[in-house]
Design a protein around this ligand. Sequence first.
Ligand SMILES: *Cc1c(COP(=O)(O)O)cnc(C)c1O
Length: 397
Amino acid sequence: MISALMPNYNRADICFEHGQGAYLFDETRRRYLDFGAGIATSSLGHGHPHLVRAIAEQAAKVIHVSNLYRVKQAERLAARYVAASFADSVFFCNSGAEANEGLVKAMRKTQADEGHPERTRVICFEGAFHGRTLAMISATGNPKYLAGFGEPVPGFDHVPLNDIAAVRAAITPQTAGILVEPIQGEGGIRAVNPGFLQALRDLCDEHGLLLGFDEVQTGMGRTGKLFAHEWHGVTPDVLSSAKGIGGGFPMAAVLGTERVAKALVPGSHGTTYGGGPLACAAGNAVLDVILADGFLDQLTATAAFLRAGLEALVVAHPAVFTEVRGMGLLLGLKCTPPNGEVQAAALTHGLLTVAAGDNVLRLAPPLIIGQAECEEALALLGEVAAQLAAQAGAAAK
Ligand SMILES: *Cc1c(COP(=O)(O)O)cnc(C)c1O
């Protein structure tokens, strides 16, 4: 008989009962070091007092009022994003896929308002991940996610990442914009080359196209800047944010320049839960921490320490790990054994990680970790690598 919970996930047979900082505890009180952060989402770790208090206090006052009324927490949060980023205006919603839907709608509507209703297509990249709605599996383009769901939603073209000639060749009179992740997360921690985002910006400006960044995974401080594109000195017209934005509370945002944001007039787009008092209380609490003086500098120093340790791990265990990828606290280890086996072995050693595409083991710890947690993770990964190398050696005999 089918389980009461729909069987759409491959879950590990483990159930966490509570968390503290970078640690999760299962029902037997066994401790796990969480270097997955619920897929780069629990940005402040578990049980962060400032976040917990903000959510509890707001929940006691009022949880939901709808967007029929002003929401002061949302107004404040939007103003803080505008002050801290390229954006002039912000729309709040509830998930990464929903933010990307809003981003694509904003691109199309902007083009239509500017006299180009025929410009509806968006150029996306091979290896991308933009979410699971019907339109976003089409934007993602991965046959694995499209299989069985019939005709893909039209309007998305795919080209190889970092191939600017291919992007140029894909532009047609129907192109509205380009959507790119500064680092492909699900795709295997694959970063854009230096200069690629600038080249996309130039192409967009040349052809009147809109540049969209999917920073659902790379944003909210994960790479050491509020948004990863800041490392490239290039700004988009529109950006999607989610995952870390609420510290685990479901929330997402579309950030836009005035050119794009003004297309979303009343009635053109909406969402019942989006930008509610409770989600925005969480969002404001997360920003309090991430934007605090020195927090991102500290993160960058911790990340450099972790990365150096991972590079050493590759040197020490070349039969298991072959490459370190990524930036800040969004890191990947390219594996020789299947990454699922490495992930499972790490779990038995008490370390939580996340598999990604291209046989990469993803490390996306809470942003609040320090050197001690990195040292522990590196030691555990060393044990995992030694065990897997020994198993491979035994199997070869
Ligand atoms: C996770 C992710 C999404 C989808 O977010 P959901 O909240 O699962 O809808 C979209 N884009 C990127 C880059 C992601 O990492």
